[in-house]
Design a binder for this molecule. Sequence first.
Ligand code: AMP
Ligand code: GLY
Length: 422
Amino acid sequence: MKILVVGGGGREHAIIKSIRKNPNVEKIYACPGNGGIAKDAVCVDIGAKDIEGIVRFAKSEGIDYAVVAPDDPLVLGCVDELEKAGIPCFGPKANAAIIEGSKVFSKNLMKKYGIPTASYEVFSDAEKALEYVRDCPLPTVVKADGLALGKGVIIAFTREEAEKAVREIMKDRKFGKSGDSIVVEEFLEGPEVSVLAFTDGKSIRPMVSSMDHKRACDGDTGLNTGGMGTVAPNPFYTEEVAEECMRKIFIPTVNAMNSEGREFRGCLYFGLMITKNGPYVIEYNCRFGDPETQVVLPLLESDLLDIMIATTEQKLDEADVRFSSKKACCLIMASRGYPLSYEKGFEISIPECVEDNVYVAGASVRDGKLVTSGGRVLGVVATADTLKEAVKESYRMAALIDFENAYYRHDIGKRALDALEG
Ligand code: AMP
Ligand code: GLY
């Protein structure tokens, strides 16, 4: 089979390394891929948002199956267009990807179907929003409606911060059209859990849970990032919590999307907060998480491509979806300065002994050498019988990798280990 993976980050690298294990796979292409992915797939210089270009390429190459991984192409209808061209895909169509593409949509969906989430108000008028935040309980959470590169959520502890957030999103149009509307919601507290789940619109098969580390610096301080590391499984996601999530959140979400005529097929990401009143949905994503995927897929014991195809063909209930009982840790090595400005173009040295454990996110090839080209440069992933060993091993491997201005957190997994020991 010829497979096309749309995207070019660490998540796509993890998906490609996993798909490669399927004996029916002859060739994998990535649009656009990256310098590290080039070792495992043929990278094609077509951007992930260039839907026309992707479809043209897929047709001309005779692609048998496509995996659309990032949010942008999914929301833009990449799966719809590939399917129209006769190419089966993994990923939701645009009318279902809206579950991530519009926070107003997802909040209204949860309210309508009684899925636990923070209480909220929606505004499309900046003045009304400003009036509201002058008087609402604090802290409060201001969210741009549309996609905003993971930066559209502001937690405001003071009135000034809340007003500034509303102004920046709605008046200064910091995120463009994504700020046409905003959600202002109740601030919740509790540990966060990410759960990725395969769903074909009929059944849902959750993967092993994980914990992201979103802040740039140790001790969960500094700016929000795309994610500085992950561990799996997440110790706060106990069997009891998992059962409650299945009953109150996962199945109701699949059913709600069906009732709305927006059947979701692909990977549905549940960003959960385990509050004292039980699990609440913080956000939905219409795709695999990054860097959650880098810890979840290495623990998958059954075949990823087979599961993906079963999802597309709506035979997920018959698929073999099995995870190892091992633990995993992914440590992100970033360019110093990320998520703000940073220098790039530095040569990266990865010893051969750790290459299999590295998922490349922001690197390109220059004069035959791998050089940094992004904020999050790569993820180093270790699996072991205990989380403690996995964390230790990923730090040991990271110390063997070298590039100028490399930056990583020193406490990935600490919160999870404290919970396990506490
Ligand atoms: P998101 O971009 O939706 O993942 O939100 C980014 C982060 O903001 C989440 O991972 C949470 O840590 C935090 N967050 C979002 N909504 C809330 C909320 N209602 N209460 C507390 N924290 C929140
Ligand atoms: N790691 C969070 C996300 O993929 O959105």
